[in-house]
Design a protein around this ligand. Structure first.
Ligand code: NAP
Length: 322
């Protein structure tokens, strides 16, 4: 019998054709919660992103063998619960690393050089004479970048910073990143030292119980007054209420945010009316090329997982008993 796959996010036509070669595909709108959960009940696999998949949603989905998320982050899943149910969870690392690092760097440059604010000033017809110091930004080159979570994306950010912008790179990780230390001169330090020394503090950790609100009022206070916080990890790694207070009070200089505690961010969030905040709609990996590569990778992961041949990109390796 042909397997059944639920696709809960649109995928490009060629990726859909690939899935249909291997299975019957049912397209589901996750916003229609009950219909989506009903579709999972007799599915063998599912592919999608940006939707919280709770244990309750999987009750009775006894055929489900694999879930493929079109993302590297897997904070939308209860991994231990999936493992207990014998469900493989696959993600899409690597293919999105460079485009996400580009997003991080665009936030660094945009906040430092006030690109969005000043582009708005020109478009509003306010540029009447040669600008003065009140419109100057700050340098990026030669400054200190602190990367909280120097993994794949953090490494690609470190490369841009060290080799392209002659920056000093500090980082925190639970384990050393030897490659980044050798190739980019990155120095592993405690979080307190990173916060105290960095001109730009950039978060690239996964969202876990340990990293939830990793940056709160105390950490913001420990940063330089001139420092800029960049978050393109997950919104919940930063205590957003504390960030708003820190920005209002001048505790830090500015913030570049691709992610928010609630997404989409509320239109009346104080963050959106602050000139020293650059806010993006979670575009980390959002290029045509990268989103296509991610969808393809996730589809191949899913098909291989259902065949029992997937060996890479598995989040819960222990489900295989290896
Ligand atoms: P990765 O290679 O696993 O890197 C994560 C780094 O965080 C590792 O170096 C890890 O090092 C470190 N880390 C520090 N504390 C940690 C903790 N408590 N738990 C786990 N890791 C910890 O992942 P990546 O591919 O660079 O992706 C990082 C995250 O970026 C993703 O999880 C996702 O949430 C986010 N992301 C966002 C976008 C976007 O659109 N904005 C796009 C892609 C990814 P140690 O293990 O040594 O601690």
């Amino acid at each position: 019998m042909k397997k059944k796959i639920v696709a809960y996010k649109p995928v490009p036509a060629d990726v859909m054709a690939y899935l249909r070669e291997h299975a019957d595909v049912v397209e589901a709108d996750a916003a229609q919660h009950d219909a989506f959960v009903a579709a999972l009940k007799d599915a063998d696999g599912a592919i999608g992103a940006s939707v919280k998949i709770t244990p309750a949603m999987l009750e009775g989905a006894t055929r489900l063998k694999a879930l493929a998320t079109i993302s590297v982050g897997f904070d939308n899943f209860d991994v231990a619960d999936l493992t207990r149910r014998g469900i493989v969870l696959a993600n899409t690392p690597d293919v999105l690393t460079e485009s996400t690092a580009d997003t991080v760097f665009s936030l660094i440059l945009a906040t430092a050089r006030r690109v969005v604010e000043l582009a708005g000033y020109v478009k509003a017809g306010e540029w009447k004479r040669s600008i003065g110091a009140e419109h100057f930004g700050v340098d990026v080159q030669g400054k200190t970048l602190g990367i909280v979570g120097l993994g794949r994306i953090g490494g690609a950010v470190a490369r841009r910073a060290a080799l392209g912008f002659n920056m000093r790179v500090l980082y925190t990780n639970r384990s050393a990143n030897d490659h980044a230390e050798r190739a980019y001169g990155a120095k592993r330090v405690e979080l307190a030292e990173l916060l105290a020394q960095s001109d730009f503090v950039c978060l690239q950790v996964p969202l876990t119980k340990e990293t939830h609100h990793l940056i709160g009022a105390a950490e913001l206070k420990a940063m330089k007054k001139s420092a800029i916080l960049i978050n393109a990890s997950r919104g919940q790694t930063v205590d957003e209420a504390a960030l708003i207070e820190a920005l209002k009070g001048g505790t830090i200089h500015g913030a570049g945010l691709d992610v928010f505690e609630q997404e989409p961010v509320a239109a009346d969030s104080p963050l959106l009316s602050m000139k020293n905040v650059v806010a993006l709609p979670h575009i980390g990996s959002a290029t045509h090329e990268t989103r296509h590569a991610m969808a393809r990778c996730a589809a191949e992961n899913l098909v291989a997982a259902l065949d029992g041949t997937l060996r890479t990109n598995i989040v819960n390796r222990d489900v295989l008993g290896t």
